[in-house]
Design a protein around this ligand. Structure first.
Ligand code: URA
Ligand code: SF4
Length: 186
């Protein structure tokens, strides 16, 4: 039987895309297998690459603060990314990288079977195969998707780096996270 530890042990030595060439540490994800929430970001940044853990840098601190304000306990969620290795200069992961890394995400979600997946931004949507023209077409919405044969309920919001950088989307980001909290307790 596959376990999260099992997947993590494959991710840390994974050679399946070019991001393997420049990483210091792959970042499989952190959190319990028994949880109702999986949070998916974009990709590890510099601090994540150094520590092998997701969302430990500035956008992680920002995310933590907003999750807490919305009443969501981050430690209770499983937190991971669309791709598990840092893209050079923090560029967005490309389709080849998202495709190469997708089976790990499918595996993680198949094990956890969360009540809800929180997709943070465009790369998380791309990893999950959620189609949109602009993120605003899907942001704030809950959708049922088929992900590698698994039925998953997804809520989409901004990547935290956007409301971190700009004040205007912060209220919407917080309201989205409060809606996530309601969906989880409902
Ligand atoms: N940004 C992300 O999308 N993920 C991380 O883990 C850190 C920053
Ligand atoms: Fe493997 Fe994913 Fe890292 Fe690419 S990003 S090397 S597919 S773990």
């Amino acid at each position: 039987m596959e376990t999260l530890e099992n997947i993590a042990s494959k991710v840390v030595v994974c050679p399946l895309c070019d991001l393997s060439l420049k990483r210091r540490n792959a970042v499989p994800g952190v959190g319990p297998a028994s949880t109702n929430l999986v949070i998916i970001g974009e990709a590890p940044g510099r601090f994540e690459d150094a520590q092998g853990k997701p969302f430990v840098g500035l956008s992680g601190k920002f995310l933590n603060k907003y999750l807490e304000t919305a009443g969501i306990k981050r430690e209770d969620a499983f937190v991971t990314n669309a791709v598990k290795c840092r893209p050079p200069n923090n560029r967005k992961p490309n389709d080849a990288e998202l495709n190469a890394c997708r089976p790990y995400l499918v595996g993680q979600l198949s094990i956890i079977k969360p009540k809800l997946v929180l997709a943070l931004g465009t790369s998380a949507c791309n990893a999950l195969g959620i189609k949109y023209k602009h993120l605003s077409d899907v942001r704030g919405k809950t959708m049922e998707i088929d992900f590698g044969g698994l039925k998953v309920k997804v809520f989409v919001t901004f990547h935290p780096s956007f409301p971190m950088r700009f004040t205007k989307p912060r209220q919407t980001f917080l309201e989205d996270l409060k809606n996530v909290n309601s969906l989880l307790s409902g």
